[in-house]
Design a binder for this molecule. Structure first.
Ligand SMILES: [Zn+2]
Length: 69
């Protein structure tokens, strides 16, 4: 499976509900989850075999950097 730069065109904010695919609503799997490190975005893939949409998920939490001010 290839992950190219186009995934950065599809960035979604993680909400209160468990994340589902924004295209088909299926369950998702985290390919790469860096959100335990400074709220970095996660790379997520839809588990539907007919969809397999890959997107980037971010939190809406304020990064610690901005809390200095
Ligand atoms: Zn999907």
């Amino acid at each position: 499976m290839e992950i190219d730069a186009s995934i950065w065109n599809a960035i979604y904010i993680r909400g209160d509900q468990p994340t589902t695919c924004p295209k088909c609503g299926s369950r998702i799997d985290w390919l790469l989850d860096l959100q335990h490190v400074n709220n970095q975005p996660a790379i997520v893939q839809c588990l539907s075999p007919t969809c397999k949409f890959i997107f980037v998920e971010e939190t809406d939490e304020t990064p610690p950097f901005n809390k200095i001010f």
